[in-house]
Write a protein that binds this ligand. Sequence first.
Ligand SMILES: NC(=O)c1ccc[n+]([C@@H]2O[C@H](COP(=O)([O-])OP(=O)(O)OC[C@H]3O[C@@H](n4cnc5c(N)ncnc54)[C@H](O)[C@@H]3O)[C@@H](O)[C@H]2O)c1
Length: 274
Amino acid sequence: MSYNLLKGKRGIIFGALDENSIAWKTAERVHEEGGTFVLTNAPIAMRMGSINKLAEKTGSKIIPADATSIEDLEKLVAGAVEELGGKLDFVLHSIGMSINVRKGKHYTDQNYDWTQKGTDVSAMSFHKTMQVLYKQDAMNEWGSIVALTYMAAQRVFPDYNDMADNKAYLESIARSFGYFFGRDKKVRVNTISQSPTPTTAGQGVKGFDGFIAYAEKMSPLGNATAQDCADYTVSLFSDLTKKVTLQNLFHDGGFSNMGVSDAVMEAFVEKQEK
Ligand SMILES: NC(=O)c1ccc[n+]([C@@H]2O[C@H](COP(=O)([O-])OP(=O)(O)OC[C@H]3O[C@@H](n4cnc5c(N)ncnc54)[C@H](O)[C@@H]3O)[C@@H](O)[C@H]2O)c1
């Protein structure tokens, strides 16, 4: 169902790799709501992924950019403003990557070159993106910038590894840069803390299946899907949330405020009775 919530709004969507990506679902929803945008991803991901299909479907141009490269980001932002015919109203940062996770290096035995690369891609890229947007004065007043995060920034999830630290950094950047973006340009900056979601990045985390099943049983509303996340992001891009900023917004079916649920308790009671 479309409400035309983003009619006339322009933006950039980072991170659509394939149909499972949260950014992919978001691009489809933003398109349905009347928004226009440029799609972007790392040049290497374009060779692997199927982003052209999404671009065709949504009538969008693709401008490749490695989100760790200021030069790429400068070209992307200038190119998007030119392509879309004016300043931007929304930006989605949907990027995450840890080489330690990918290569199964334990949190207590990190390869710090990999750690640094992961931090650059997963967190500092958000600062770089906003700094380029800010310096080019590329955002319209009452625009909205959203990045995706996970609750391992606040609580311990052992297999999330160094991504937990990257997410804590990402969320802090949202607050710190959000202050200046709000004060100087009336732009809001928030992070959405999403349920575990079966995507390429999500499934890279060890024990993901157990992780997602546990969260499902703990959450009174069940896990939020990528599609649900797309809907929520649309609301944050719309004019209906103009005064929401500097927030880390949990979008997880209630998981983050649970201690234990009946469903999880049952599993343990059964075990003890055996
Ligand atoms: N899947 C989950 O369980 C989950 C839960 C909470 C938050 N998130 C977050 O959601 C976001 C999107 O991830 P997803 O789950 O849709 O997975 P995904 O693998 O589909 O998306 C991750 C994207 O990051 C891109 N990327 C990696 N390095 C890059 C670089 N140098 N420059 C530009 N882009 C780069 C990848 O190409 C990919 O498109 C991430 O920030 C992730 O941490 C995911």
